[in-house]
Design a protein around this ligand. Structure first.
Ligand code: VGL
Ligand code: ZN
Length: 199
């Protein structure tokens, strides 16, 4: 068994004061750093959108943030502009230990499609390359932490379980957005997919 810690989107825009702040998003940083210090493999993901990205409400006249629309690839929540590639908002939280990261996966960089999961874009088909990276390193067991529980953690964990990885989500080291019950639905969906949820 080879294990990796995957730290999802611990970026300024998802922390208090950021453009798409997750409540208490910064409260998990110290605990994540403790895990990072002893993990065999450390992988970070970074939400990384071009300006004018199609997941931004500002790109859809007549819509406001948190509206849901149908895109060619399926349903999409519209977000405030966030994590614009190269911006301070897209940077990792300043206290996150990034020195031990061996791989940084950027996602959401194609203008026309969002990418919640670290494994596939929101068409559930276009790979990010992370699966191949993990398999070629012999990594079969994953611990997921970070932001946001009901979006990027949820989609990443379910995809990883469906790909056959042994997946644990440390809920104490995640924080959620919670739109219309999305947090409860995410927990149920992850459990049903065979993801282990620990507190
Ligand atoms: C995320 C919404 C939009 C996330 C990313 O990291 O959970 N959520 N982009
Ligand atoms: Zn995003």
């Amino acid at each position: 068994m080879t294990h990796a810690l995957i730290v999802i989107d611990v970026q300024n825009d998802f922390c208090p004061g950021g453009a798409l702040a997750v409540p208490d998003g910064d409260q998990i940083v110290d605990g994540i750093n403790v895990l990072t210090n002893t993990a065999e493999a450390v992988i970070l993901t970074q939400d990384w959108h071009p300006a004018g990205h199609s997941s931004f409400a500002s790109s859809h006249p007549g819509h406001t943030a948190y509206d849901r629309i149908d895109m060619a690839y399926g349903p999409q929540v519209l977000w405030p502009d966030h994590c614009i590639r190269g911006s301070q908002g897209a940077a990792f939280h300043p206290d996150l230990n990034v020195e031990r990261a061996q791989m940084i996966v950027r996602k959401g960089y194609r203008p026309g499609i969002d990418s919640y999961s670290a494994f596939f874009e929101n068409d559930h088909t276009t790979p990010t390359g992370l699966e191949g990276y993990l398999r070629t390193r012999g990594i079969d067991t994953l611990t997921l932490v970070g932001l946001a529980t009901d979006f990027c953690i949820n989609f990443s964990a379910v995809d990883a379980a469906q790909l056959g990885f042994d997946v644990t989500v440390r809920l104490d080291l995640c924080r959620g957005i919670d739109l219309d019950g999305s947090l409860a639905a995410a927990k149920t969906g992850m459990k049903d997919a065979g993801v282990q949820l620990t507190l």
